[in-house]
Design a protein around this ligand. Structure first.
Ligand code: AMP
Ligand code: MG
Length: 333
């Protein structure tokens, strides 16, 4: 990601085109957030459902005028504490945001990414950039430029390659437009960390960690759609200790052409079954998860048996992605 490639990308964005670029969370597929036609291109390239709004990315510094109607007091402290960084805030939408960005909602999601290349692109373009994850809709989010290429080759003119994304899971999404701050998507910035700044732990939105009931209203449209799923069927196994190891073995032994994705520490106990280690701790597992789901497809496995973790701290984000990748098919040890 050198100067000339960032300049070229900025030129494409200013001319109404699409560019994929790295952030600290996952790769984004960007367009000029103020240009409705450009933004429609994102939905076409990804095959994204029209009702799923986009996050608007901003350079660090002053919030540009016209993007939000008002900044609630609670937003100020969070922006000071976590921007630039992996926190997206949902706020009352200002007049400059086209309908396509907010998918018709009266709110808009904003974030300032910490990734230096993303910041350089935002500065060079001189525009707010609307960007969802740069995967084909429904697939695991891309954490390397190669993943974007796999999904969007031929559909977009340029991918900026910044190597592997540091975090590997999408940003924490917090809704500040309602009476009580509500977590719509867990991420690296945890409920506890948000609570420490807000003075009160945010509510967990309905549908974030369990399926919505039929006909139940979703607090965020993204909660209605299938996400993060490889072609292989994913089964999530939850539990601890010996019981967990035994269930992982049972699931594997009862399936054909399966692979187990688990913490490194469990691998030895599962051999000689096919398993792939996601890392030594949750930070590493978060970074490796999406690439491992894609890798299972590449290796031709038809079933992925995924080890669950405790739904605390970063584990809440890992389990949110795991539950969705599994379409909420879980087995408790
Ligand atoms: P992605 O761009 O793939 O990271 O997805 C963006 C996420 O933010 C999706 O889950 C959206 O549903 C959510 N989102 C974006 N804008 C809003 C909004 N105005 N209100 C609620 N959720 C939003
Ligand atoms: Mg996405």
């Amino acid at each position: 990601m050198d100067g000339p490639s960032i300049e070229e990308a900025a030129g494409i964005l200013r001319a109404g085109g699409l560019v994929a670029f790295p952030t600290e969370t996952v790769y984004g597929l960007g367009a000029n957030a103020l240009d409705e036609e450009a933004v429609r291109g994102i939905f076409r390239a990804k095959g994204r459902p029209q009702d799923n709004p986009l996050i608007v990315h901003l350079p660090k510094g002053e919030l540009p005028a016209g993007l939000v109607l008002a900044l609630p007091g609670s937003a100020q402290g969070l922006i000071e504490a976590f921007w630039p960084g992996p926190l997206t805030l949902v706020l009352p939408k200002g007049p400059k945001i086209p309908t396509a960005v907010s998918a018709g909602l009266s709110t808009v999601a904003l974030r300032s990414p910490a990734h230096e290349g993303a910041q350089a692109l935002l500065r060079a373009a001189g525009l707010p950039i609307a960007a969802p994850s740069a995967n084909a809709s429904g697939r695991p989010s891309p954490t390397r430029a190669e993943h974007v290429f796999e999904d969007l080759n031929g559909k977009i003119p340029l991918i900026l390659d910044g190597g592997a994304c540091e975090i590997g899971l999408e940003s924490t999404v917090l809704d500040l437009s309602c009476e009580e701050p509500t977590l719509l998507r867990p991420g690296l910035i945890t409920l506890e960390e948000l609570g420490a700044v807000l003075g009160k732990t945010p509510r967990l939105g309905r549908g974030v960690m369990q399926p919505l009931a039929a006909g139940e209203r979703a607090p965020s449209p993204g909660l209605l759609h299938r996400h993060y799923a490889p072609r292989a069927e994913v089964i999530l196994v939850r539990g601890e200790g010996e019981g967990l190891v035994q269930k992982l073995k049972d699931e594997y032994d009862g399936a054909e052409n399966a692979v187990i994705l688990c913490a490194d520490a469990l691998m030895r106990r599962l051999l000689p079954r096919s398993c792939r280690g996601l890392g030594a701790d949750e930070r590493q597992m978060a970074k490796a998860l999406f690439a491992a789901l894609r890798g299972a497809d590449e290796e031709g496995f038809s079933r992925v048996i995924l080890q669950g973790v405790a739904e605390e701290g970063l584990g809440l984000a890992l389990m949110n992605r795991a539950l969705r990748a599994a379409g909420f098919r879980t087995i408790d040890a």
